[in-house]
Design a protein around this ligand. Structure first.
Ligand code: NAD
Length: 429
């Protein structure tokens, strides 16, 4: 009769109570299962995450120690050796060594007997095979380029641990005015964050190196007082590239002021020559003229001439070396300033602007092909109409005296261009 004891007072109540209990039971079971699963899941996720972090950390460390191991150290040391020429105890870290200016400067330094070690991240802003070819060229001269980013402070510190660099020639940067509208963060990464990272290392090592670095004529921006003098205003940049170079000059001031770093900024004016940059007009005009493609020649408002103070690479190299040779020692140590240090900015230009249409006429003659010219209004993409350097300060302090006119320089460029690309290295052509 037990079942009778369990009989409900009304059939409905019984039914209701039993459904409720079942439901409660069901829910508490589901709840427990849910929380158990969630808990186990959490443990599972955090376990695998920590495993992953540990793995990527250790693989990164492994990569670093294997890639930057004893063999690497040996190559860095070899490259930094000062030659028997007039090396004068000068050992230079050249950033951006696989770049156009970096290759020429590294080669000139090595050939006069200085120790040289390069650093470059070989990015693909333009055809990296050209950077690799420059790397091979420098390797033949005994210059080793470490592959890495200037933002990698650990790597740069390691290089300073191995070699006591007396100077840094800082040429690594995201160059190009127009590309800044496409990839603005690459300019912040290399020209601002990268510069700060590099200076952070330079300020803390002992002895601190003297630093010469590439600013740009683009800092003059909308300035229309010609020729451009270092005393002119530079607070109206026309492109993000220019703004990052201007920021670099202010950052240089800060590190000089606080830490006693000796800093020399060089404002290059449209550098051209063999092993040049494919994103620059003289380079891609040559390519397009040879291909029979039309080329766009810009004009300013009211059919105004667009002109550049084209400066031949050898003249720039002389200016860079003179800046290094006249750079005074940094004054800080242990990350602290011990006295005032040298802070300079120089224009390095040719002092004779040439209209872009004249540049095209010279190329036509040298390439023996008539260009298909398309005259267009200058787009608002950061380019300025005119550049013209006043170089009297560099003349006085560096004995800088450019000697190559555009016709002569372009002849050398065209000779190189034809032989380089004729040899089948025309990967992006
Ligand atoms: N060529 C010119 O007409 C001109 C004019 C004014 C200023 N500049 C300045 O001169 C310097 C050299 O210019 P270039 O014409 O040889 O340019 P480039 O692009 O040929 O050389 C720059 C090199 O720096 C490297 N690089 C860029 N970001 C890096 C990073 N974060 N870490 C390590 N390496 C990095 C690149 O891979 C490249 O090889 C640059 O600072 C540029 O802004 C050049």
């Amino acid at each position: 009769m037990k079942h009778i004891d369990n009989l409900p007072t009304s059939p409905g109540k019984f039914k209701e109570k039993s459904a409720y209990i079942r439901l409660r039971h069901h829910f508490s079971l589901a709840k427990t299962t849910f929380w158990t699963l969630a808990f186990v899941g959490l443990i599972y996720i955090s376990f695998f995450r920590s495993l992953h972090i540990a793995h990527s950390d250790s693989s990164r460390r492994f990569l670093r120690t294997s890639f930057y191991g004893p063999d690497w150290e040996k190559r860095v040391k070899e490259s930094s050796k000062i030659g028997s020429g007039n090396g004068n105890g000068v050992c230079v870290l050249v950033t951006g060594a696989a770049g156009f200016v970096g290759t020429h400067v590294s080669s000139a330094l090595k050939q006069r007997g200085n120790g040289v070690v390069g650093l470059d991240n070989f990015n693909d802003y333009y055809d990296p095979s050209l950077k690799r070819a420059r790397q091979a060229l420098l390797a033949r001269l005994g210059v080793y380029i470490v592959e890495g980013d200037i933002n990698d402070e650990e790597l740069v510190r390691r290089m300073f641990d191995i070699v006591e660099f007396s100077h840094v020639m800082h040429l690594a940067a995201q160059a190009g005015v127009r590309y800044a509208m496409e990839n603005p963060s690459s300019y912040v990464h290399s020209n601002i964050a990268g510069l700060v990272s590099l200076l952070e290392v330079c300020k803390s090592v002992n002895p601190q190196p003297a630093i010469v670095w590439a600013s740009s004529s683009s800092v003059y921006g909308l300035n229309n007082k010609v020729p451009f003098s270092e005393k002119d205003r530079t607070d109206q940049p026309a492109s993000l590239y220019a703004a990052t170079k201007k920021a670099g000059e202010e950052i240089a001031h800060t590190y000089n002021h606080i830490y006693g770093l000796s800093l020399t900024g060089l404002r290059f004016f449209t550098v051209y020559g063999p092993w040049g940059r494919p994103d620059m007009a003289y380079f891609f005009f040559s390519k397009d003229i040879l291909k029979g493609k039309s080329i766009s020649i810009f004009e300013g408002p009211n059919h105004g001439t667009v002109a550049r103070d084209f400066t031949y690479i050898d003249d720039i190299v002389k200016g860079c070396l003179a800046a290094l040779d006249t750079a005074e020692k940094s004054t800080g140590s242990g990350g602290k300033k011990k006295g005032p240090a040298q802070l300079r900015v120089f224009n390095l230009g040719n002092t004779s602007p040439v209209p872009v249409s004249d540049l095209v006429s010279i190329l036509e003659r040298l390439l023996k092909v008539k260009a298909k010219r398309k005259i267009m209004k200058m787009p608002r993409n950061g380019d300025v109409q005119f550049t013209h350097a006043n170089i009297s300060y560099a003349q006085k302090e560096l004995h800088y005296k450019p000697t190559t006119d555009l016709q002569t320089g372009l002849k050398k460029f065209v000779r190189w261009y034809l032989s380089y690309y004729r040899d089948g290295k025309m990967s992006d052509q």
